[in-house]
Design a protein around this ligand. Structure first.
Ligand code: HEC
Ligand code: HEC
Ligand code: HEC
Ligand code: HEC
Length: 504
């Protein structure tokens, strides 16, 4: 075949044909490019505000009018079907699965009920349902302060704005029953005007302040974890900030790991409750997901909570953040395989391997703690004195704190298996130390054989052993749900009907 230049030399019109053909192809490509841009512009157009509302608009469906994709995916947190080997969205009864926990929390409301978390959609409903807030009716107050509402709802920043932060926390839980009705949502994480990520909870900002850090200078990637750190953290109710108020405080002043926080609580002599059997001054860990995650390998490589729990999703040429927050194992391809090349089965196995191994040692610590509480109870019955028990009770406090810190951050065993096994190992040592001291003490009282253990093989047996009257608690709860809650919801509906929103 002749080279193209020679063909053109002989027949110049072929040259012109090639020239115009190229021009047409370029033109068509240009058209494609511009329609793609236009499509994008279209989708941006869809996102220009359909409705104008304030920062303190608590209703997710109102924000959702402007951002239907994010809203619809967020509302999928109502789905309770996903279950992995150890976790998931089903809200399983954890005490039934593991009656040992009833003994560990004897004397504390968690021994009444404790379920695995469900999606954000249920934050309010599950709070109504839990026996831990009691059944405030007929002028009786809840056993919990208003502070308990703090990580459940975008009505919280609204009320803090309207009344003040300490004023919001003050008083008992039933006080805001008519006011806090919308589940965790848009206003908790977003700025209304720009949709930038926003920290709406003062406790996190205050903790940063006390550490000498300014949360406003956090990077975009840090914010993709910090919005979660407003709620998925360790906290306590401090009596020392404002007189007579249970002020929500993060115990991070001496550092954020399990040992630093224990030292902090010891220093300020803080105790959540006195154990019903051993009488040890106990600490309850909340859900230190952020703290434990932050020293794990993913955090150290700059991966944020949202990378795995809120991956991007594509739909009709649009990429948006999937707001269906739940176990990433429900969606390994977008949650993990954007960074990892391994097969889904291998990645899931990696997660389960870490969890299985941690749960193995965590269960050992759990069993030891049950024995320790019951042996301590026995020592009191044998006439042990406070002076003899003091040191033992502090070991129990510190051992159970490590168990709880490991267990209460539900994602810990994957987020940071190394740190989680370290805390459990130290907990095992402390519990063994307490048991050693207890057996020496019991021997000095003339008891030189194993302490008899009760039958606590089911939740019911364990609750019976610690003296809980479950049938009364359940009956009162049912009445509360049938009489009080519907009135709260009715009053809230009337109030919200008066809110002003401008539609375009
Ligand atoms: C728990 C926190 C949280 C809640 C609640 C939340 N978002 Fe988001 N949202 C995020 C994060 C994280 C991103 C990713 C932001 C980024 O990387 O810039 C995001 C991104 C967005 C974006 C930017 C576009 C995109 O898809 O990335 C919009 C719009 C948005 N969310 C709307 C909403 C709406 C509407 C609601 C309520 C129905 C809502 N969000 C609830 C955390 C949240
Ligand atoms: C305003 C408080 C708040 C914020 C902010 C928040 N959460 Fe939650 N989260 C909760 C509550 C409360 C629950 C438990 C709801 C229930 O069980 O009823 C929960 C549950 C969860 C669950 C369990 C869901 C399931 O189906 O298993 C995951 C996972 C989770 N959150 C991740 C996140 C991530 C990631 C972020 C940040 C992007 C975040 N959360 C921000 C309060 C919050
Ligand atoms: C590298 C990915 C990754 C990152 C980043 C990540 N997680 Fe997780 N998270 C997981 C996996 C995997 C699980 C275990 C899920 C299972 O077993 O079903 C999990 C579990 C959880 C759970 C328990 C879910 C349940 O069903 O009970 C919560 C809550 C949670 N993570 C919150 C967070 C928060 C808050 C952050 C940031 C501080 C974070 N995660 C960062 C991967 C991640
Ligand atoms: C944004 C990127 C990113 C995402 C998303 C991500 N990872 Fe990773 N992952 C990393 C990096 C980086 C490392 C550290 C490995 C290294 O530096 O060689 C890592 C490490 C790991 C390790 C080894 C950790 C250890 O304990 O030694 C496992 C297992 C893992 N990832 C599983 C997952 C799973 C499962 C998911 C989804 C739930 C996931 N990753 C999501 C980036 C990511």
């Amino acid at each position: 075949m002749q080279p193209i230049s020679e063909i053109i030399k002989k027949k110049p019109w072929i040259g012109w044909l090639l020239f115009f053909a190229t021009v047409i192809v370029v033109f068509i490509l240009g058209l494609f490019a511009s329609t793609i841009v236009e499509r994008r512009a279209e989708s941006v157009f869809v996102y220009t505000p359909q409705v104008e509302h304030s920062q303190f608009e608590p209703r997710n469906n109102v924000w959702g009018e402007n951002f239907p994709r994010q809203y619809q995916s967020y509302m999928q947190t109502a789905d309770t079907t996903f279950e992995s080997k150890h976790l998931g969205s089903t809200g399983k009864d954890a005490l039934e699965d593991n009656p040992d926990m009833v003994i560990l929390w004897s004397g504390y409301a968690f021994s009444r009920d404790y379920n695995q978390p469900r999606g954000h959609y249920y934050a309010i409903e599950d709070l109504y349902n839990t026996l831990r807030v009691g059944a405030p009716m007929d002028g009786n107050k809840s056993i919990q302060p208003n502070t308990c509402w703090t990580c459940k709802s975008p009505d919280v920043p609204r009320l803090m704005e309207e009344h003040g932060v300490a004023e919001f926390y003050a008083g008992t839980w039933e006080m805001w029953g008519e006011e806090v009705v919308n589940h965790v949502g848009c206003a908790d994480c977003h700025e209304a005007e720009t949709m930038n990520l926003r920290i709406s909870r003062p406790a996190l900002v205050e903790a940063f302040d006390r550490m000498g850090k300014d949360i406003n200078s956090a990077s975009h990637q840090e914010m993709r974890s910090l919005v979660c750190a407003q709620c998925h953290v360790e906290y306590y109710f401090s009596k020392d900030v404002v007189d007579g108020v249970d002020y929500l405080t993060f115990p991070w002043d001496m550092g954020k790991n399990v040992d630093d926080i224990a030292e902090y609580f010891d220093k300020i002599e803080f105790t959540d409750w006195i154990h019903g059997l051993s009488r040890a001054p106990m600490l309850k860990a909340q859900h230190p997901d952020y703290e434990v995650f932050s020293t794990g390998i993913h955090a150290e490589r700059g991966v944020a909570c949202a990378d795995c729990h809120m991956p991007y999703k594509s739909e009709g040429g649009m990429k948006y953040t999937n707001h269906h927050i739940r176990s990433p194992l429900a969606n390994v391809s977008s949650s993990c395989q954007v960074c990892h090349r391994e097969e889904t089965d291998d990645l899931v196995k990696n997660v389960y391997d870490r969890q299985d191994k941690i749960y193995e040692i965590r269960t050992k610590l759990e069993n030891l703690l049950v024995k320790t509480h019951i042996e301590a109870e026995f020592a009191w019955e044998m006439g042990a004195t406070e002076k003899e028990m003091d040191d033992i009770l502090m070991d129990i406090r510190h051992a159970q704190w490590r168990w709880d810190f490991a267990a209460a951050g539900h994602g810990n065993s994957f987020h940071n298996p190394l740190e989680t096994s370290r805390m459990i190992s130290n907990g095992i040592e402390l519990a063994q130390e307490a048991r050693l001291k207890l057996s020496r003490l019991l021997a000095s009282k003339g008891h030189n054989e194993p302490v008899p253990m009760p039958d606590i093989s089911t939740k019911e047996k364990a609750q019976d052993y610690i003296g809980l009257d479950m049938s009364t608690l359940n009956a009162e709860k049912e009445q509360f749900l049938n009489t009080v809650v519907p009135k709260w919801l009715e009053a809230a509906k009337e109030r919200e009907a008066t809110y002003k929103t401008t539609r375009k």
